[in-house]
Design a protein around this ligand. Structure first.
Ligand SMILES: [Zn+2]
Length: 149
């Protein structure tokens, strides 16, 4: 019986540099997405060309890291090494009203991720793991924010 291998994928910019502004934004405490200066389309994941109007090199803008859970999934397998001690973990697809409702993926890491619901309000948190070079964007329910303070 074969076992699905976990991948050792270090977080951070890809070698081609396309997503570097995203990672540099996180390092500076900001969520940045591409926003086409020609047609206004929000783009995620990063692209060299706007898929809407075919303009090259769409720009980057800072977006408020707050949105709504559009969908979610619970995983019981650590597809990458970094998640080995987190199973089961909840991945959320978050719709960002500050970015034309563009959706981004991320981990839900609040205290009770097992009761996640579509439509929950979530807030992004930029976190640097011990030993990591680049921080990650993770999500927590907005209504748990007060309880954490
Ligand atoms: Zn465009």
């Amino acid at each position: 019986m074969s076992e699905t291998p976990t991948l050792d994928l270090p977080w951070g910019p890809a070698a081609d540099g396309l997503d570097r502004p995203y990672w540099e934004g996180l390092a500076e405490g900001e969520l940045r997405l591409q926003h086409c200066g020609h047609c206004g389309a929000w783009i995620w994941g990063p692209q060299w060309i706007c898929a809407t109007c075919h303009t090259f090199d769409p720009g980057w803008e800072t977006v408020e890291a707050a949105g709504t859970v559009y969908s979610w999934a619970r995983s019981h397998y650590p597809f990458i090494t970094e998640l080995a001690d987190r199973v089961p973990y909840v991945t959320v697809l978050v719709e960002l009203p500050g970015a034309g409702n563009r959706r981004v993926l991320g981990l839900l890491v609040d205290d009770v991720p097992e009761n996640v619901r579509i439509g929950d309000q979530v807030v992004g948190h930029i976190e640097l793991d011990p030993g990591a070079t680049w921080p990650l964007l993770r999500w927590r329910r907005a209504d748990t924010e007060g309880a954490r303070a």
